[in-house]
Structure formats: structure tokens, C-alpha cells
Design a protein around this ligand. Sequence first.
Ligand code: KIV
Ligand code: ZN
Length: 391
Amino acid sequence: MANQDQIVFFDTTLRDGEQSPGCTMHPAEKLRMAHQLAALGVDILEAGFAIASLGDAESIRQIARDVRGPRITSLARCKREDIEAAARSIEPAEKSRIHVFIATSDLHLEAKLRITRAEALVQAAESVRLARSYADDIEFSAEDATRSDIDFLTEIVTIAVQAGATTINLPDTVGYTTPAEYTALFRTIHTRVPGMENVILSTHCHNDLGMAVANSLAGIEGGARQVECTINGIGERAGNAALEEIAAALMVRRDKFPYNSNIVMNQLFPTSQMLSECISFGCSPNKAVVGANAFAHESGIHQHGMLANPLTYEIMTPASVGVPSTNLVLGKHSGRRVLEQRLAELGHPLTRAQLDEVYHRFTDLTDRKKSIYDQDLIGLLQPDKSVATTA
Ligand code: KIV
Ligand code: ZN
């Protein structure tokens, strides 16, 4: 019987994440990330797609050999050579899984695989059985599940469970679904497929319409207990559901999602930072949870509220997700209180009259300059000597 109180985190940064433009990593970077993902507490670590290249297979093998904690998995199509390559690559792992997938929408079956539904059923059953001969823990994914005929999806999932799949994943491969629709999909599959009490249902959401995290949470509402996601939401096209956003949502909205997980919350920011170092871009400043502005406040009203009580404008503390501290940014929207506080921190407590004068000079400067640094503030105390740093 699957534990209904626990959300299993399946990280696919090194597979679905890595296969997107600008995200390629060298084996040493993948190994470094894998150790960090273990420290973060992910339960399943998808280390790559073994059949894709010899380099990918060797990288999965190295992770399987060195990294302890998470269950290590490799992706495989419903093909013998894929499953055998996956099995070889995860062989040194302490705990392993083989992840097999086949497309189930008519569009993919006809245009991409050029096979009939009946052929897909046979391939799914044979592949899960073959995978089961190498490992006890098998995940079956119905690619493009959210655009598949529900009766056929029910049939193929039933066959995969009978063949020995222990996790069933219903991917929203092209980020097409909506939260209510995705909840209903999980409820339908859970009700219709026999033997689901021993199987974990999984979400796998892409972000084409910006709903990957909302849809993942909706999947949980529908009965999913595994979420597939990536650090910083990297992944094909607009990316995958961001691990840090799902973990933070579960923490902040425990009233709605009363579940446990093994995620070590204060490792979220360090993991995000490490990934940005390994790939060719960081996340946008306004990225939820880990972006540079996620805990930054510039407007006077917000800064005033923050100084009075951080709960006014922050729904979680920066420390709870590993971010060093809240950042009260000085800019053209800032008020005199935060200016007074920053100058006091810099060793310049001001009288009310001095503050009035300095604040006047400060607003004049912010009209001319976008970024205000500490040296600019100190310059404001001695206006004749002030030389503003470049914006
Ligand atoms: O998006 C998708 O459908 C996938 C599967 C291979 C799990 O990444
Ligand atoms: Zn995907």
C-alpha cells in the first residue's frame, strides 16, 4: 500500500532539464549536481537517458556508483536496447529504477511512432515485463497523457500495472492541461484501473502555458503522490515544473497540502545557485523562491511594512529556503525609514533634520540613477564630494 501522506520528489534536472538548449552539463558537473540533489533530499534522481549516448550512459553509471540516498533511474523507450542500456547504467546503484515510456495520444502514435494503439499496448506490456526482469522498481510513463483518449489511457495503464509497473506517470508533455482537468485525470485513472492501491501515481508537467507548478499541485489533489520536476524549472521549451516552487508551496500551504516530504528546505537556494553555475544561464530575478528579487523590497510602503513585521510582505522567510537574507533595495520607490536604517548600519546615524536633507538629495539621485550603492549613500552625506557610481 503506497504511503498516502508522503510526496515523493522525482528530480529530472539531469535528464529532462539537461536536454534543453543551454543546459548541457559535463559528466563532472552532473556528478556534482547529483551529490547536491542527494543533499537536497530528492527521492528519485533521473540521471539521464542511457541509450542517448555512451557519455550519458557512463555518466549515469558514475552517479549510480558514487551517489547514495536517492534511487537512481534512467529513462528508456519501450525498446529492448533502451531497457538493457538503462539496466546496465543503473547497475551499481544501491537503489534503482527503470523508467520506461511510450506515447499514448493518437497524434504521437500516428505521426511520430507510426504504430497502432494495439501495437502500443503490446510494446508497453513487453517492455514493463522486460524491465521488471532487471529491477523491482519500474515506472511507466504515458507520454502526452493529457491529450490521450481516456479509454485508451486507462487500458494501457491497466496493462502496465498488470505487467509490474510500480509507479504510473501521466505527463503533461506539452504543458497543455489545466489544473481542474489534471485533477480529474488522476481521479479517473485511480478509480478505473484495478490494483492502484499498490501503485504510486506521478505528475510530470511542462510549463508551456505557465501552469506547470499549479498543475503538479492539482495532480496531488487528484491523488498523485510523486511529482517530477527540475531545479530552476529548466527543461524542454518553457521548462518543467520547478522543484523549489512545488516544495515551497507544500511548505507554505500545508493547510491545503498536509503531506510530508524528504526535501531539506534550506538546500533549495544552494542547489539553484549550483545549477546556475553549471549551465549557461541563471534564473530570472523575479523567479519565485530562488530569484534575486524573490525576497527584495524596494517600495517605501513595502519596506515600512517589512521593518514593522516581515509577514506583511513575505509568506516564507528567506532562511527557510536557504536564501541568506531579505534585501531592502534602495531605489526611487524607497522611503526615508529604510534610508535612515541603512545609513545607521553603515555607521551614520542621522538626526531628523539631517535625514530630511539627505532624503531630499537621495530622491534627486534616484531620478538620475537606477542602482544605488552604499558608496552613493555615503556620498550623499557630503554632497560636495559625492561622485555617483555608474548605474
Ligand atoms: O514530458 C514527457 O512526457 C517526458 C516523458 C519522457 C516522461 O519527459
Ligand atoms: Zn518531460
